[in-house]
Design a protein around this ligand. Structure first.
Ligand code: IMP
Ligand code: MG
Length: 202
């Protein structure tokens, strides 16, 4: 299918997309590669995969299905604050893990890392619980605005300094269900929901 045909299939949502940056097939291949690496590295370790709701939903579901070793999965949820608030270390957990991770091998699975502030806070929080190991797997890495150096053991794609949607990533809660990564048209980003959160960059 051409890019136009794919967008046409998504009707109202597809109309808002300016360009497909990463296709469904490219994402699928990358997730399979990551799953193979993780299955090799964590064999015999029964890792706990931890994700932050809701953006990681699609990555977690697809990654789990290509991981071939025993594992457990758990989720955190955080309240979203402004970038300024996050910079002061303000991240509020609104849902904690249900699995105790003391002595466990923890793999933090993230859909996208931009500044790294949210993830930096969460990693400190998890490290305090004394896991046997703590590593990060990120599918979409946006290095342009990184404020905190976070070692990424497993990395999918480096993204340009643009606001993207799809594969779990939203703009005002919309577009998560698109199976590809796309750029929104500028009028979509400017026009909608002035009182709602606006993307940092586009
Ligand atoms: P960080 O603390 O700046 O790394 O923020 C990461 C969070 O910002 C992610 O978990 C997403 O919720 C959001 N985010 C960052 N970049 C994008 C994007 O391009 N599209 C959608 N959400 C994004
Ligand atoms: Mg996230």
């Amino acid at each position: 299918m051409t890019s136009d045909e794919i967008l046409a299939k998504y009707g109202e949502l597809g109309k808002d997309i300016r360009e497909v940056l990463i296709t469904e097939e490219q994402i699928r291949q990358k997730v399979v590669e990551l799953g193979e690496q993780i299955s090799r590295d964590y064999a015999g370790k029964n890792p706990v995969l931890v994700g932050v709701l809701k953006g990681v939903l699609f990555l977690m579901a697809d990654l789990l299905r290509v991981i071939t070793i025993p594992n457990e999965v758990d989720f955190l949820a955080v309240a979203s604050y402004s970038a300024e608030a996050r910079q002061r270390g303000m991240v509020r957990l609104i849902k904690d893990l249900e699995i105790p991770i003391d002595g466990r091998h923890v793999l933090f699975v993230e859909d996208v890392i931009d500044t790294g502030l949210t993830l930096g806070y969460l990693l400190r929080n998890l490290r305090d619980r004394n896991p046997a190991s703590l590593e990060v797997c990120v599918l979409f890495n946006k290095p342009a605005h990184r404020l905190i150096d976070i070692p990424l053991k497993y990395k999918g794609f480096d993204l340009p300094d643009r606001f993207v949607v799809g594969y779990g990533l939203d703009y005002n809660e919309r577009y998560r269900n698109l199976p590809f990564i796309g750029l929104l048209k500028p009028d979509v980003l400017k026009g909608k929901g002035k009182s709602e959160k606006t993307p940092p960059l586009f």
